[in-house]
Design a protein around this ligand. Structure first.
Ligand code: PMP
Length: 354
């Protein structure tokens, strides 16, 4: 190693899902939404004024925060927005997990958490999910420097009832607890309703899944104004202009179309439930997902072989070559037509190889 290399911060980065550009492909590998964003989003893009490109954006992100505040009926001071929930979560790690004591998150969960912990030098422990992939809430009753988990969890899709989330909060009044709700709109009630009662709770959501805007990179956090102020202090110490003016205006347009949002979420949930039935009939088993994906394993056919055979047919799903995960495929819910093509391919593959 060269002398100058010795002082370099070396990290093992997170590996994002593949973004192949193959004509005619069916892309079910990174939990994007198959439907376009609300029609108002395109209109807002067309109507963007020249100033929106020429000038710096509003550092306080007021237009988007205003729209979120109206939609969720909460004061603006409870909102923080960022460049996808990844940005919001990274800022939250940096801001809130600063005690020197280990933070806690599940052994099987969003694989960015250990990467941020390593990057920021935060010690961590990873309580194991049970045999059925459930978070064991009793494991979160011990000395710690903060807690984070997704609800629904990833890549399992399992949604924890709010009373269990509340129990974890009740047992941890002295640290910040982050609930990462990237997929909650497809599942059940959000922990947002607990924010007024637990001042140490930060709820994080994204526009990437239920609002079809992964490409615009918009995420947000909701918490009591004191938490939000600390987050903003760190943000302004890092980069004042995290969100482009386009992201702010297009995001606000998406939030304002509630009917479209409800309609598309309902449709995806219906497709998910139908897909579950058909996968079961083909010999797959899976945790009962509340997200826009299903984490499925076949009774006789190895996941890696199915993954590769699907790829040959230009159907992309996600495969994790890791302990406890390598028997499973994570399949994003697409349109009904895409699911039909997938199911037909799975039928052929599993009868050939099974
Ligand atoms: N949290 C979880 C659990 C996720 O699966 C994802 C998607 N990769 C994210 C956060 C980040 O999503 P985004 O940055 O697109 O908001």
């Amino acid at each position: 190693m060269k002398k100058w290399e010795e002082n370099i911060r070396r990290v093992v980065p997170y590996t994002p899902g593949e973004q192949p550009k193959v004509p005619g492909m069916i892309k079910l590998n990174t939990n994007e939404n198959p439907y376009p964003p609300a029609p108002g989003v395109r209109r807002a893009l067309q109507e963007m004024e020249e100033e929106g490109f020429r000038l710096y954006p509003d550092p306080a992100c007021s237009s988007l925060i205003e729209a979120l505040s109206e939609r969720y009926q909460r004061p603006r001071e409870q909102f923080f927005v960022g460049v996808g929930s990844d940005d919001v979560l990274a800022m939250a790690f940096l801001t809130f997990f600063n005690s020197g004591r280990p933070i806690l998150f599940p052994d099987i969960t969003y694989s960015f958490y250990p990467v941020w912990a390593e990057l920021f030098g935060i010690p961590y422990e990873r309580p194991a999910l049970d045999e059925e992939f459930w978070i064991v809430k009793e494991d979160y009753v011990r000395e710690n420097g903060g807690i984070i988990f997704p609800n629904p969890n990833a890549p399992t899709g399992l949604y924890m009832e709010l009373e269990d989330v509340e129990e974890i909060l009740g047992n941890n009044p002295d640290v910040v607890v982050i609930v990462d709700e990237a997929y909650v709109d497809f599942a059940g009630p959000s922990a947002l309703e607990l924010v007024d009662r637990y001042e140490n709770l930060l709820v994080v959501q994204t526009f990437s899944k239920s609002r079809s805007m992964a490409g615009m990179r918009i995420g947000f956090a909701v918490g009591n104004p004191c938490l939000i102020k600390y987050l903003n202090d760190v943000k302004y110490s890092f980069n004042s202009y995290t969100m482009s003016q386009a992201a702010l205006e297009l995001g606000a347009a998406a939030v304002r179309d509630e009917a479209y949002f409800q309609d598309k979420v309902k449709r995806l949930v219906a497709t998910r439930e139908r897909t579950k039935k058909e996968l079961r009939a083909l010999g797959f088993r899976f945790p009962d997902s509340g997200a826009n994906f299903i984490f499925a394993s076949h009774e006789s056919c190895p996941a890696k072989e199915i993954f590769e055979a699907l790829r040959e047919r230009r159907i992309y799903v996600r495969y994790f070559d890791a302990p406890r995960l390598r028997d499973y495929l994570r399949i994003t819910i697409g349109t009904d037509e895409q699911m039909d093509t997938l199911l037909k391919a799975l039928k052929e593959i599993t009868s050939e190889k099974g």
